[in-house]
Design a protein around this ligand. Sequence first.
Ligand SMILES: [Zn+2]
Length: 141
Amino acid sequence: MLCAMPLDENPLLQTAALESLAAQHPGRSCTCGMGQCRSWESVPDERWPAQQVRRIGTLRPVDASVSEPTYEEFHPHQTRYDSPEAPIAPAFFPYNRCDVFSCAQCERVLLKYTEYGGYYVDHRVRALQAGLVSDAQPDSA
Ligand SMILES: [Zn+2]
């Protein structure tokens, strides 16, 4: 269990914090209806178990209004956006738009962001996995 924290607190998590969260929360089968989420999956609000997940932080830069986070993705080993083994690199899309949640039921740490299309919003969720976190930075940063 994570220690209690005021609900409105929303700290910016750095790579090291993510890595230790991943180490503290080894993957366990989820029974909360979201499935494995080893790669990015669409999770509509109806399937998002809001009662048992708690926001524990964010990966979005605080000054996102000043400079929009990059849309560049990080795939040094020929992975793709939806590859289960794609790196989790907070400096890159879509991790730089994610909030971080923990599930009270399976104790997994979940990353979530919202994809905005012309006529829809799509909530996407991926489970945090130890060993995939990367602190790589975009070249142009
Ligand atoms: Zn769960």
